[in-house]
Design a protein around this ligand. Sequence first.
Ligand SMILES: [Zn+2]
Ligand SMILES: [Zn+2]
Length: 97
Amino acid sequence: MPELITCPRCGAQWSGLSAAHCCAAGCGRVFSTVRLFDAHRHSRGEHGGCLDPATITNSRGERIMFHRAGAWRGPELTEEQKTAVFSRRIRGAKKDG
Ligand SMILES: [Zn+2]
Ligand SMILES: [Zn+2]
């Protein structure tokens, strides 16, 4: 059983010590990393605010987080992407052709 963490303020529950929970009113979202949580918060206005994670994109216009298993998480690499990264490394290391 993963250890379940409960927020004393709003009662939200999640597992994973590295996860970050946003306790803002009307939010309560859980993020798998602090980096994703930071990306979801903006500093406009007096107290800042929350962005809808589904609308947050990187400079290429790609979504940077997806809701899976109770938390917002970064995109998982597909098998093809993993293979592409791996074979690039192999080619880079081989110089004797
Ligand atoms: Zn909370
Ligand atoms: Zn929030």
